[in-house]
Design a protein around this ligand. Structure first.
Ligand SMILES: [Zn+2]
Length: 323
């Protein structure tokens, strides 16, 4: 019995001694060698990392977000492989280099937004909020293309040049050629000589000429004068009173002489008669203020002047109410 106890004690001593020795050996090994990961990518050794978890997490984060705000994701067809090994201390780890080698092979997909008019992409912005703001502002401004606007979400490998909201709104805004005529709001006004119908036309007309009125709209010598006469020297510039398309530019044998007619849409037309020369042709699109003709004395006219009319569905209205 005693012998057995002595034997056990000896064994314990031996085990303890062995354990202490092992620990010393491990400590010695650890002071020379350390656990490290060798990193292989696409079959090639690209370096060593001490902290595999941190490095891999950084690569995955990059894959999800890239390094710019507008990156949707980065497609990488391969991931690095890590192998645990013990290497002598003093071996350089190169996590940063590994990161740039691995991420450098990825394909970046950008996420941004296009504002399209009738399906055609016209402006690009980096966020949905900006695209939404462009569309809303154009709608508020009652842009002609407002109902054809759409927002397209883009996932592309190539980036587009982004525009600011302000620039995009300015570029895409299209003024309506004519606005709706509130036709049933017409009212009759007594003015000047003879009654004349006043019809609201929501087009902003400008004066076609800087000159004084020499003859007004209304009854004159037993007939109705359908426009305004502006007395002006021969050759004075005549400007388009509003934007529109030239529908007539030529000789009128009915007394207007050389005549220009501009159509502003919705049946609204302006007439410029007795011109000496015509500076536009049928089909031309003119802006308000564009010089379209020169004052003359052609047709049924006494003295050089501009005869100006505003017609809606071929009925002449007193231009004085609209200029
Ligand atoms: Zn006249």
């Amino acid at each position: 019995m005693k012998k057995l106890l002595i034997g056990i004690r000896a064994s314990i001593k031996l085990i303890a001694l062995f354990a202490v020795c092992s620990m010393i050996i491990i400590a010695i090994i650890m002071s020379i060698y350390k656990p490290i990961y060798s990193v292989t990518f696409k079959g090639e050794m690209i370096g060593y990392s001490e902290n595999r978890a941190a490095l891999q997490a950084k690569i995955l984060r990059y894959q999800e977000n890239g390094n710019e705000d507008d990156v949707a994701f980065v497609q990488m067809d391969e991931m690095p492989e890590y192998k645990l090994c013990f290497l002598k201390r003093g071996i350089e780890t190169n996590d940063d280099e590994i990161f740039s080698i691995v991420t450098g092979t990825g394909t970046t997909y950008y996420n941004y937004y296009a504002v399209a008019v009738g399906g055609e992409e016209k402006a690009y912005v980096s966020t949905f909020e900006e695209a939404d703001s462009i569309v809303n502002q154009l709608k508020e401004k009652d842009s002609k293309n407002a109902k054809d606007l759409s927002i397209v979400e883009k996932y592309e490998t190539n980036k587009q040049e982004y525009k600011t909201v302000e620039v995009a709104v300015n570029e895409l805004y299209e003024k309506k050629i004519t606005q709706e005529i509130q036709s049933n709001m017409g009212r009759v006004t007594r003015a000047g000589n003879g009654g004349t119908t006043y019809k609201p036309i929501s087009i902003a007309f400008i004066k076609p000429i800087q000159a004084t009125i020499t003859s007004r709209f209304g009854s004159r010598w037993g007939t109705t004068h359908k426009g305004l006469d502006f007395g002006a020297p021969l050759g004075t510039s005549i400007k388009a009173a509003a934007e529109g398309t030239v529908t007539f530019s030529g000789w009128n044998s009915g007394g207007y002489g050389y005549l220009v007619i501009i159509s502003h849409g919705n049946g609204v037309q302006t007439y410029y008669g007795h011109c000496s020369s015509l500076l536009c042709k049928v089909g031309d699109y003119v802006e308000a203020g564009d010089v379209i003709a020169k004052v003359g004395n052609t047709g049924d006219s006494q003295g050089s002047h501009l005869h100006f009319e505003i017609r809606v569905n071929d009925i002449a209205y007193n231009p004085e109410y609209y200029l």
